[in-house]
Design a protein around this ligand. Structure first.
Ligand SMILES: Cc1cc2nc3c(=O)[nH]c(=O)nc-3n(C[C@H](O)[C@H](O)[C@H](O)COP(=O)(O)O)c2cc1C
Length: 201
């Protein structure tokens, strides 16, 4: 698929059928995710793939109350494959202590150095690559936040890794359109000239 079509077609899908996603498709999506950029090539991002039905129900449980209130169904539980994106700030700090990182080495434990925490930047890049890969594979995807404590315990994620959220993969249910915006507010995308500043703000 043409890259621009992939980008245009990407949207958060919030309704999935029960049809599983083939293992090789999930693997290709993950392989794309691991090819993202990382600061200092730290590569501090790891993924947990969950297809087990009961585990997915448990991952989705904290969202149930909010969904009940807003009148939406639990699309998180419905998605047949979950990819939990995890990142370790410590991997970044270790990388930036290495000799080629020159001046910043002495400031690794100074939070001022990490005003923009690169680990989240990189995790977002990996997440977005997987959303685009899903479109390219002809499947549906969404990204949602998760309950960090629950994910740590349920999936035995090491303490130093932060689960930043979950990429859901599946096949769009026929009625997916009505969940195009979970808040039902239909917010339009901001126009080009409102968000792009040429030369200066
Ligand atoms: C960091 C992040 C967290 C998000 N968390 C949720 C979420 O918990 N539940 C949800 O339904 N959508 C979530 N979204 C999806 C956004 O609502 C969605 O990207 C936005 O409405 C724009 O729609 P689009 O991605 O389909 O273009 C999240 C998106 C991002 C980038």
């Amino acid at each position: 698929m043409d890259f621009r079509d992939v980008v245009r077609r990407r949207k958060m899908v919030r309704s999935f059928t029960d049809e599983p996603v083939a293992a090789d498709v999930v693997q290709r999506v993950l392989d794309t995710g691991r090819r993202g950029p990382s600061a200092g090539f730290s590569q501090g991002i790891e993924f947990v793939v969950v297809v087990d039905h009961e585990t997915r129900q448990r991952i989705a449980a904290p969202a149930q109350e909010t969904l009940d209130i807003s009148g939406h169904h639990n699309f998180i539980a419905q998605a047949p494959a979950h990819i939990v994106v995890c990142v370790s700030p410590e991997v970044y700090r270790s990388r930036y202590r290495e000799p080629d990182k020159g001046k910043v080495r002495g400031k690794i434990d100074d939070d001022a150095l990490w005003v923009v925490p690169y680990w989240y930047t990189d995790a977002g890049a990996a997440m977005n690559l997987m959303l685009l890969a899903a479109v390219d594979e002809g499947i549906a995807a969404a990204f949602v936040g998760g309950d960090g404590d629950l994910l740590h315990e349920l999936l035995a994620i090491p303490k130093e890794f932060i689960p930043i959220g979950i990429v859901l993969l599946g096949h769009a249910a026929p009625d997916a359109g009505q969940y195009g915006d979970v808040s039902a507010r239909r917010i339009p995308r901001r126009p080009y000239h409102e968000v792009v500043h040429e030369g200066h703000w």
